[in-house]
Design a protein around this ligand. Structure first.
Ligand code: 5GP
Length: 141
């Protein structure tokens, strides 16, 4: 059910890099490597959970609370016109990485989102975006 070699498990273990924006004992947030818009951020639980149905309620509560915190940081850093919070379960629904995560996707009037999971962003740009969100989180928290 849960594959410990999924890409987010590797990020949690520090085996592959990620542009991190927020970390607690319960969650990790980092920039999506193929962002649908500038500021696209992911929030994941540290417990092993494949999807929304596969996580203990208290851990889910920590995850959604952290998603709100990080989304506030994204909002302050990027000042989008709106923010989409998304979560997919299983391939039929669009899930491609099988460790539960919430997407925080800034949306801008008149600007279409880029395709889901399509084009890798420049890691240096993602690092810059992560710094902007971290700075915003320091002033909002
Ligand atoms: P899903 O389709 O499972 O809801 O979303 C998975 C997300 O993970 C996609 O938006 C995709 O761009 C992102 N992603 C895939 N591989 C990596 C990676 O190695 N690093 C990061 N930071 N994001 C990734």
């Amino acid at each position: 059910m849960y594959d410990t070699n999924n890409i987010f498990a590797k990020i949690l273990r520090g085996e592959i890099p990620a542009a991190k924006v927020h970390e607690t004992e319960h969650v990790l947030a980092f920039m999506d490597a193929m962002p649908q818009s500038d500021g696209h951020t992911l929030v994941i639980p540290k417990v092993q959970a494949r999807n929304f149905f596969d996580i203990e309620p208290n851990a889910l509560a920590e995850l959604i609370k952290a998603t709100q915190v990080v989304a506030r940081g994204v909002k302050d850093a990027f000042k989008p016109d709106g923010i989409r919070i998304a979560q997919f379960n299983e391939p039929a629904a669009g899930q491609t990485v099988f460790h539960l995560h919430f997407h925080i996707i800034p949306c801008y009037e008149g600007k279409a989102l880029r395709a889901h999971s399509r084009e890798m962003a420049d890691p240096a740009l993602l690092a810059q975006h992560a710094e902007r969100i971290k700075a915003a989180l320091q002033t909002t928290s």
